[in-house]
Write a protein that binds this ligand. Structure first.
Ligand code: GLA
Length: 435
């Protein structure tokens, strides 16, 4: 039988807005004030570096979360979603006292409470007051083309769509400047870390809020400075294929926290606040960052740090973090100089090997997806996001998208894995109002 890979299409913005609006009207028997959208993301390189003050290189997907919103006069948050069709309600005053909390309300309420706190700590009490006055509570209807639980940051996209929405409803004007957007990123991060209780590092919200069409975002997670690089794959005859393995191994949450704790312990031991401080600002061209089996891997400046660690279990973790930050830095330099695509391939492939062997966050499905793409002649393939399931990305020749997807479907079938699905993407736009 002929294999037909399943491709997840992004909603056209008008279509996404129409769906969110229709769901809102059906649920709340009134019209929303407006509809906002925020994209999911994939990370090209720089994985598990954000909470180490390192670098990452994400792009926004064309796939996005759409929220239709109307403020309430009481302090309730009510959410309905295409994906969870039961109305979810929560009181902001309850969430303010009892967190972390589960359910979609914690993401949305968390952004409202998180933004109020960010504004206060940034000496913007007037804006915090304005937010409290204009948004005592909120009604929300959600429609999304970002696959859920696939490691494509659907939750950060929800937070960012809410953040740009309440920013505009309360006339705060933060979305209009990069500095203001960074405050909205912080609000989303606080929602996730404190109110939802996930110790994530800020990459996802930054991508959703700060990326631009046809660009990748160089994100420095120590200073939170950003820089955009053109990422015109069609001009190079390439396409970016996202492979959703449709597996999520449920040890993921605890394992993410354990990796983060190991990095913090190592940083303390090595006498720095974050491991990223140990990476030189210029990486020598002679440093081997790509051949993990060669005797000169990792480079000397990494080995010197590893030798200081008496707890041997921390060494591979630190080795991944330091080399990954350096790989990200090198890819940013390549984007700058327009250098040859074979070098991109080596960096992407090595990133995956390091995540698999040293950081131990890959899984059989991700390894098989990556290996199959490589066998099909990909220009680099690696897992993306937190790991333990979710998605891999691969750069393939523009005419190889379908063939690569078919090969992955076949190898997954032969191995008895879930049927994968695919997103064929180019970099999309950051969070904004639709109508
Ligand atoms: C998840 C987290 C991010 C980041 C990545 C790994 O997506 O939400 O903060 O740590 O994993 O790079």
């Amino acid at each position: 039988m002929e294999i037909k890979p399943d491709f997840v299409e992004a909603y056209d913005p008008q279509e996404g807005a129409r769906k969110a609006k229709a769901l809102f009207e059906e649920t709340f028997a009134t019209s929303p004030i407006g509809v906002w959208r925020a994209p999911g993301r994939v990370n090209v390189i720089g994985e598990h570096t954000d909470y180490n003050g390192g670098k990452a290189l994400p792009l926004a997907l064309p796939h996005a979360v759409y929220v239709a919103l109307r403020p309430r006069e009481d302090d309730q948050v009510k959410i309905i979603s295409e994906d969870f069709p039961e109305l979810n309600c929560l009181k902001l005053s309850d969430l303010a006292e009892n967190y972390p909390s589960s359910g979609p309300g914690a993401f949305i309420g968390g952004v409202i409470l998180g933004l109020a706190e960010v504004l206060k700590t940034r000496s913007l009490p007037q804006k915090a007051e304005q937010l409290a006055q204009k948004i005592p509570g909120l009604e929300v209807a959600v429609a999304s083309s970002v696959p859920l639980s696939a490691g494509l940051s659907s939750s950060a996209a929800l937070e960012c769509a809410i953040a740009v929405g309440i920013d505009e409803l309360a006339s705060l004007g933060l979305s209009e400047s990069p500095e203001g957007r960074k405050l909205l990123v912080e609000a989303g991060k606080l929602a996730e870390n404190r109110y939802v209780g996930a110790p994530t590092g800020g990459l996802d919200q930054s991508a959703s809020m700060l990326c631009e069409k046809d660009q990748v975002l160089e994100l420095d997670c120590a200073s939170w400075n950003t820089r955009l690089h053109p990422f015109d794959l069609p001009a190079r005859g390439l396409s970016l294929l996202v492979i959703d393995t449709r597996t999520s191994h449920n040890l993921a949450d605890g394992q993410y926290g354990l990796r983060r704790a190991a990095c913090e312990k190592a940083a303390e031991f090595l006498g720095v606040k974050e491991l990223g401080e140990l990476v030189p600002t210029t990486i020598s061209e002679r440093d081997n960052l790509t051949n993990l089996d060669a005797p000169d891997y990792p480079p000397l400046w990494v080995r010197e740090q590893l030798d200081k660690l008496s707890d041997a279990s921390l060494r591979p973790r630190v080795c991944h973090v330091l080399t990954e930050i350096a790989r990200c830095q090198r890819l940013c330099e390549l984007l700058e100089t327009g250098a040859d695509i074979a070098k991109w391939r080596d960096l992407l492939d090595a990133s995956h090997e390091s995540l698999r062997r040293d950081y131990e966050v890959s899984c059989e499905e991700l390894d098989l997806a990556v290996q199959t793409a490589r066998n099909m002649g990909a220009y680099g393939a690696r897992m993306t996001g937190g790991g333990f399931g979710g998605c891999a990305i691969t750069l393939v020749g523009a005419d190889q998208v379908e063939a690569t997807a078919k090969a992955v479907v076949q190898t997954f079938k032969d191995s008895g894995f879930n049927q994968p699905r695919f997103l064929s993407v180019s970099p999309g736009e950051a969070a904004a109002k639709v109508e």
